[in-house]
Each structure stands twice: as structure tokens, then as C-alpha cells.
Design a protein around this ligand. Structure first.
Ligand SMILES: O=C(O)[C@H]1O[C@H](OP(=O)(O)OP(=O)(O)OC[C@H]2O[C@@H](n3ccc(=O)[nH]c3=O)[C@H](O)[C@@H]2O)[C@H](O)[C@@H](O)[C@H]1O
Length: 445
């Protein structure tokens, strides 16, 4: 029996056919190195081998750097293209900035569902817990929407995106939100709402074709106005917060780009938008959390003990207004940095036409949560708040067919139901995983 390890195992069964070449090879090797010219050839071969190895290494290094950056690379471009793919006749390809944000996520889904191509953009900053933004991202991913991780101030990245996709529209929702936080971090408002806006407009102006732009302004531009309801033609020159001032500046800046470069612009003044997947920094959201945890809620009150009021607007109504704005937006008229003819410039209030006081909002939450709130009523601090907001929406009604249908009772009920699902999964699982799970369980209609 031949041993497996033994040399004989490898010998052919028919002697004579197999020639043991080891001696011959040995001889050839010696003969080869014995000649100087072949030695020179071997040396040359080794030098070439080493050089190719080194250049291959540097290629691998540089391409892995390229691939591991937040944007760029073949795979990234593929994802962008696939996400921008249009699935309906005469559909749009829309760049949605702030796509992992509250309004951005909802608008992206609505557009994708009807067959438009969407590319999201978000910097996932930590103004509030980015876990919620990541959960919204999972929700969008499950609908084949890719969110580019990047900042609107990154002009190279924006140029690259416009290079890859001929966007027909830009839905610009990325912003530093929050009225009171502006006193803590004023520069973040300048960074996102002014510098970021200009960088984005530059990219849109340079793009060929130029996209039509719809962007989020704010009800806060009405500032300390006393005339109600607020109409688009009312004065907007007395902002009460830096947030409001940067949104007002945005309206002036977009007007300039419309005037000089022919960009088609629609600015939407949102009125205190709320609903499922909302922003945890907003009062209705933080009050819900506090009521459930038995903690007090601080209710601000205006001068002469007057209750503050807001024209709370439900997210689904806002989404309809955004989509209608895209649908009615005319094309930009510029190219190569020059305007060919005047372009469309519009501003609309997107509100609910029916302000509700903050104590009434707390009352509705108490009813839906089946729990009393511990209210601490304090004078409104001078931190940028305005006493009330109330939208005149006749322009949006006429030109966009905008018609809000959800009152605060109904809207907060839907929010509380979503919050219940959140809490249920958070209590049973870890926060990140449960929000991720929630993105599959709770999908907006
Ligand atoms: O329409 C907008 O343009 C803005 O809407 C939203 O701002 P606001 O209307 O101020 O919403 P929000 O903070 O929920 O306070 C609601 C009410 O609760 C009162 N409020 C607030 C906090 C608190 O602790 N106590 C309190 O009484 C408070 O005084 C107010 O009366 C967006 O956040 C903002 O990004 C912007 O989009």
C-alpha cells in the first residue's frame, strides 16, 4: 500500500513515460545563472516586478481612499443614478436636500411613490438625535431612495451630483431649524440657512439644464407683525429671531438668483409643521415625552397673560403643498450663468388657517395620551418667540390647489399613535434598532 506522504505515490503507474525533471531543472537553473546576460535579464525582471508591485499598492491605496470617502466612487455614482431613475411618464428627477429630516423624508417618499426619481442629501448633524434621522434614512432606503451623506456647503459634491444627474427640480429643505436654539448657536444658522443656500444656488445656476427650485422659508418671517392673518404681501422686516432673519435673508437671496440668473424659485412659508416622524425639539413632541414621563411641561404665556397660539399644520398637508409647488413650477430660464428671459418667482404661505393656543394643544395631548400634564406656566422669555401665527392661504389655494384637511385633534392623534409604536419598540429593544424596525412598521400613507 503506497503511503500518501511517500514520493512513490506520485509516480505514474507506467514506468518510462514519466521523466524525473528535477535534475534537468537543476542543471538548467545553473546554466541560466552561469551566463551574465541571463543574470542581467533576471535582475531586470526583478526590478520591473518590484516597481509594478509598488505602483499597484499606491493605486490600491488611492482608490480605497476614494471609495471610503463620504461621497464619490463608482459604487456611489451607481447608487445616485439608480435612485434618480424616473418611473413615470414626464416624471421629475428631484434633489431633496434635508432628506433625512422631518419634511424631507415625507416629501421624498411621496414623490418616489408616484414614480419620480429622488436623490436625497443630508449632513446628519446632531442638532437632535441623529438616530431618528438614520431611521428615516432606513425608511427611504426601503423605498430605494439613496441619501448622499454631505453638506449643502460642499460645492464639489454638489457639482458632482449635477454632473451625474440632470435634475429637473431641487426641493431644498436642509436648514438649521428651531427658533430658540439660534441664541445658543447663531453660526449654525448662518452656515446652513445662508452660506449653504448660496452654495446650493450657485450649483443650480451652473447646472445645465438649470433645475426649478422649491425651498422652505418660514412663517417666522412675519416676526412681530400684528395684522392677522399673515398674507404674503405683508411686511417681513421685523424678525424676532436670528432663525427668522436667516429665512428672510433666504427670500432676498433667492430673489437675486432669480433676477440675475433666471432660476425658477418657489419659497414656502411653513407654519409650525407637526406629525409622525417629527422633530423632537418641537413643543408638541417634547411635551408628549414629558407628559408620559410625568415631568412638567413649560407653557409660555405672552404679555397680559395672553396665551400663545400657532397655526399648527399637519405634515400630510405640507407634503401636498410641496408636491403641488413642484408640479406648478415653471422651468428656469438661464444657462451658462446668464438669464435668457424672466423666470418664475413665487412665495406661498402653507398653513392651516386655524390657530390653536398652546394650552389647548396640551389639552389635546392629555386627551390622546390619557394622562394629565403637570403644567408650569411662565412668561414668554425674550428668546425669539412670537405670540401667534395665522396663515392666509388664499394664494396657495388658488395657484397650488392647496387645501389643508387635518385639524390639530386628528393630527395629534396620528402623532400619538406613531409615538406609541416608537415607545413600544424602544421599551423592548435598544433605541437605534427599534427606530430602524419602526421604519418598516410605520410608513406614511
Ligand atoms: O413656523 C415656523 O416657521 C417655525 O415653526 C416651529 O417653531 P414654533 O412655532 O416656535 O414651534 P415650537 O417650538 O414647537 O413651539 C410651539 C409653541 O409652543 C411654545 N412653547 C415652546 C416650547 C416650550 O417649552 N414651551 C412653549 O410654550 C412656543 O412659544 C410656541 O408658541 C419650528 O420649530 C421652526 O423651526 C419653524 O419652522
Amino acid at each position: 500500500m503506497p503511503s500518501l506522504a511517500g514520493e512513490e505515490f506520485f509516480l505514474p503507474s507506467m514506468p518510462g513515460k514519466f521523466k524525473d525533471k528535477s535534475h534537468t531543472l537543476h542543471r538548467q537553473f545553473h546554466r541560466c545563472f552561469a551566463s551574465t546576460s541571463t543574470m542581467f535579464l533576471w535582475a531586470l525582471f526583478l526590478v520591473v516586478l518590484t516597481a509594478s508591485y509598488l505602483s499597484f499598492q499606491s493605486f490600491v491605496d488611492s482608490s480605497s481612499k476614494y471609495l471610503s470617502s463620504a461621497w464619490g466612487g463608482i459604487q456611489w455614482e451607481k447608487q445616485v443614478r439608480a435612485s434618480a431613475h424616473i418611473h413615470r411618464q414626464n416624471g421629475f428627477s428631484v434633489l431633496v436636500t434635508g432628506a433625512a429630516g422631518f419634511v424631507g423624508a415625507h416629501v421624498s417618499l411621496a414623490l418616489k411613490k408616484r414614480g419620480d426619481g429622488i436623490v436625497g442629501l443630508d449632513n446628519f448633524n446632531n442638532y437632535y438625535d441623529p438616530t431618528l434621522k438614520k431611521a428615516r434614512q432606513s425608511l427611504l432606503n426601503s423605498h430605494n431612495i439613496f441619501i448622499v451623506e454631505g453638506d449643502v456647503n460642499d460645492e464639489r459634491m454638489l457639482a458632482k451630483l449635477f454632473d451625474i444627474v440632470a435634475f429637473t427640480h431641487v426641493m431644498h429643505l436642509a436648514a438649521q431649524a428651531g427658533v430658540r436654539y439660534a441664541m445658543e448657536n447663531p453660526n449654525s444658522y448662518v452656515h446652513s440657512n445662508i452660506a449653504g443656500l448660496v452654495t446650493l444656488l450657485e450649483a443650480c445656476k451652473n447646472a445645465n439644464p438649470q433645475p426649478a427650485i422649491v425651498w422652505a422659508s418660514s412663517s417666522s418671517v412675519y416676526g412681530l407683525n400684528e395684522k392677522v392673518p399673515f398674507s404674503e404681501s405683508d411686511r417681513t422686516d421685523q424678525p424676532a429671531s436670528l432663525y427668522a432673519a436667516t429665512k428672510k435673508a433666504g427670500e432676498e437671496i433667492t430673489h437675486t438668483y432669480n433676477h440675475i440668473y433666471g432660476l425658477s424659485i418657489t419659497g414656502l412659508r411653513f407654519f409650525t409643521v407637526y406629525g409622525p416622524w417629527g422633530r423632537p425639539d418641537m413643543a408638541y413632541f417634547s411635551f408628549t415625552r414629558n407628559i408620559l414621563q410625568g415631568k412638567p411641561v413649560t407653557v409660555y404665556r405672552g404679555k397680559n397673560r395672553v396665551n400663545l397660539a400657532r397655526d399648527f399644520t399637519y405634515i400630510d398637508d405640507i407634503v401636498k403643498g410641496c408636491v403641488a409647488s413642484l408640479d406648478t413650477a415653471k422651468k428656469s430660464t438661464g444657462s451658462g450663468g446668464k438669464k435668457r428671459s424672466p423666470a418664475q418667482y413665487r412665495i406661498f404661505n402653507l398653513g392651516n388657517k386655524s390657530p390653536v393656543t398652546v394650552p389647548m394643544m396640551v389639552g389635546i395631548l392629555e386627551k390622546h395620551l390619557k394622562k394629565r400634564a403637570k403644567k408650569s406656566i411662565v412668561e414668554m422669555p425674550g428668546n425669539g418667540d412670537v405670540p401667534y401665527t395665522h396663515a392666509n392661504i388664499s394664494s396657495a389655494q388658488t395657484e397650488l390647489g392647496y387645501k389643508p384637511t387635518t385639524d390639530l385633534q386628528t393630527g395629534l392623534k396620528k402623532f400619538v399613535r406613531w409615538q406609541d409604536l416608537c415607545l413600544f419598540s424602544v421599551n423592548s429593544l435598544c433605541l437605534g434598532y427599534s427606530l430602524y424596525l419602526l421604519s418598516f412598521l410605520y410608513r406614511p400613507a
